[in-house]
Write a protein that binds this ligand. Structure first.
Ligand code: COA
Length: 194
């Protein structure tokens, strides 16, 4: 596991990339995920799930070669996560891009700067593996996430009016991208339009 740690208001904030996940962390991750689902966002699920269902989801995704799971910890306890998804190998034309999915922090761990650290860690990893563009999308109702991503320099390029169904209504969704500089080779900026 590769880690980054910071401190905020006496708390230790840490983000790991998980290559495997132990029972203890898995239990905390499932609890955090259900807390975020119940509060209303951060995952496609609209209702809380059995622990076994969530455990299968996370264990299964660790087996998928083009996905990476990032775990956010507050004082060592897993309280949130994000996934970085690369295109399938046949999609060479878009091999430079990846998608950030399912980024959330449990309600009981918000406001400490963990999401900012989580996304920054995803960006660092993306740059290190040669990704030059990050894409993501978010429901228009996720005001905290919109402020987070816009504050981190993500550009909104479009809005889908029929993006999701939640709480009995159709909700629009905003689509964002951010250019990433790999720190070696030609700059991403210089490759735009080249
Ligand atoms: C959005 C979310 C991830 C933020 O988590 P967090 O750990 O509390 O965020 P941070 O403490 O790192 O905040 C970083 C910045 O995000 C913005 N932000 C976060 N929550 C916010 C809120 N509720 N309202 C407005 N801005 C908010 C602020 O700009 C904040 O910077 P500041 O503290 O300097 O003002 C969390 O609220 C969440 O999980 N929401 C539901 C899931 C979701 O919407 N996920 C995105 C879908 S991909």
């Amino acid at each position: 596991m590769s880690q980054s740690t910071q401190r905020a208001e006496g708390h230790a904030l840490q983000v790991d990339i998980a290559s495997e996940i132990g029972e203890h962390d898995l239990a905390d991750l499932c609890e955090a995920t259900n807390a975020a689902i119940i509060e209303g966002g951060g995952f496609g699920w609209l209702q809380s799930q059995d622990r076994a269902v969530l455990a299968r989801h996370f264990r299964g995704m660790l087996l998928v070669p083009d996905r990476a799971l990032f775990l956010a910890r507050l004082d060592g306890v897993v309280v949130g996560s994000a996934q970085l998804v690369r295109p399938p190998r046949n999609n060479e034309a878009q091999a430079f891009a990846a998608h950030i999915n399912h980024a959330y922090i449990a309600p009981y761990a918000r406001g400490f700067g963990l999401a900012r650290q989580l996304i920054s860690r995803v960006e660092e990893h993306a740059a290190a593996i040669g990704i030059r563009v990050l894409n993501l999308d978010v429901r228009e109702t996720q005001q905290g996430a919109i402020a987070l991503f816009e504050g981190l320099g993500y550009t909104r390029w479009g809005t889908h009016p029929a993006y999701a169904r939640a709480e009995g209504r159709t909700v629009a969704g905003h689509f964002y991208f951010k250019l990433i500089e790999p720190g070696r080779g030609r700059s991403t900026e210089s490759l735009m339009g080249a």
